[in-house]
Write a protein that binds this ligand. Structure first.
Ligand SMILES: C=C1C[C@]23C[C@@]1(O)CC[C@H]2[C@@]12CC[C@H](O)[C@@](C)(C(=O)O1)[C@H]2[C@@H]3C(=O)O
Ligand SMILES: O=C(O)CCC(=O)C(=O)O
Ligand SMILES: [Fe+2]
Length: 362
């Protein structure tokens, strides 16, 4: 199907969708209870715009990490590192295969994740059951449908899991998360060191500041959504970390900005997705890019993903010393950055992020 006819087909589907199944579906109950809680956002369904924009699907740069093995010749290792750096500059995103995380562990993590989300809503919101504030759903600050994320998540500070303070995360889930995080942490460190090395730094910064206990694990669930054209699964955002390692299922829905346009990521069952976060962009003085990404909803299929965020301790100061160019950003600590993001989300309904820390002269 050509691009235009694809666009037309989508438009017809969405028109039918909005007029027929929409009102009927809105009256149904769901878990989490999006429709009851965000009732006012759905009140005037006539104002729902037909925002149907066909987005091209693409393959992210695919990097085979087998080439980093010490058994491989030095040129192969170097060309692999160069690809990692190039993708982080040009895309801010890439996917890796032969990453060292076993299929069994990924599968086990997914099963445990599905189980924990299957619990009734009232269990997931119980503060004594899960680490305080770790269960999140929707967007409490949303004032219009475009600000609503149609998803639920457990956003867990690794410190809670490592200290054994994981509330009633059952022991199987806790130990699976711990095993998953420990393995993925090794990969995150390796990639961060390569990116630092390609900036001309043999850096111990990441080993010293991004500890197993300062990182975050996020389990996402995107329930089917009756009005997928208008509502995001996860609002457009950049990640507030150094690097993110993402394991997604086969449903698809992740999109990112490339050369000013949204493009859809084609799921690859063998690959993990890596993206550069705001802290690496600042630390590299804009060499590596933290790009906007979002998740689209699906009318009939639920979707799961797991993200590991490589984060430093809160008092770590982010400051570029890897380029000869003048710094674009002022020095800031991770806690300052997090607090600013939270304040902006509260006051404006969205994250501002790095632009808040630009030095005036630029
Ligand atoms: C409402 C929001 C919370 C969030 C920033 C945002 O504007 C949109 C996405 C959210 C998200 C998702 C991924 C990460 O967990 C996070 C820390 C981020 O960088 O973007 C959160 C933000 C947050 O929880 O503060
Ligand atoms: O679910 C996805 O594909 C992306 C999730 C994401 O962007 C996040 O958790 O920060
Ligand atoms: Fe993200």
């Amino acid at each position: 199907m050509g691009y235009q006819s694809f666009k037309r087909a989508l438009k017809v589907d969405s028109d039918n969708f909005v007029s027929s199944s929409f009102k009927q579906q809105l009256s149904m109950d769901s878990d989490p209870p999006f429709r009851q809680t965000y009732k006012t956002l759905f009140e005037d369904t006539n104002t729902i715009e037909n925002l149907v924009i066909a987005v091209e699907e693409c393959e992210l740069p695919l990097i085979d990490l087998n080439r980093l093995s010490h058994r491989e010749p030095a040129e192969k290792r170097e060309s692999c590192k160069a690809e990692i750096a190039r993708a982080s500059q040009e895309w801010g995103f890439f996917q890796v295969i032969n990453h060292g995380i076993s299929r069994d562990l990924l599968e086990k993590m997914r099963q445990e994740q599905v189980k924990v989300f299957k619990q009734p809503f009232h269990n997931k919101t119980k503060e004594d059951k899960f680490p305080a504030g770790s269960y999140r759903w929707g967007t409490p600050t949303a004032t219009c449908l475009r600000q609503l994320s149609w998803s639920e998540a457990f956003h867990i500070p690794m410190t809670d899991i490592l200290a054994g303070g994981s509330g009633s995360f059952n022991t199987t889930l806790s130990s699976t998360m711990e095993q998953f995080a420990a393995t993925v942490a090794g990969l995150a460190q390796k990639l961060a060191e390569i990116l630092a090395e390609k900036l001309g730094h043999k850096s111990t910064f990441f080993r010293e500041n991004c500890l197993p206990s300062t990182c975050y694990l996020r389990m996402n669930r995107y329930p089917p959504c009756p009005i997928p054209v208008e509502v995001f699964g996860l609002m457009p955002h950049t990640d507030s970390d150094f690097l993110t390692i993402l394991h997604q299922d086969q449903v698809g829905g992740l999109q990112l900005v490339k050369d000013g346009k949204w493009i859809a990521v084609k799921p690859n069952p063998e690959a993990l997705i890596i993206n550069v976060g705001d802290l690496f962009q600042a630390w590299s003085n804009d060499v590596y890019k933290s790009v906007q990404h979002r998740v689209m909803t699906n009318p009939s299929v639920e979707r799961f993903s797991t993200a590991y965020f490589l984060c430093p301790s809160y008092d770590t100061v982010i400051h570029q010393n890897c380029t000869t160019k003048p710094s674009l950003y002022r020095k800031f600590s991770f806690i300052e950055f997090r607090q600013q993001v939270q304040e902006d989300v509260q006051k404006l309904g969205h994250k501002v992020g790095l632009p808040r820390f630009l030095l005036r002269s630029h």
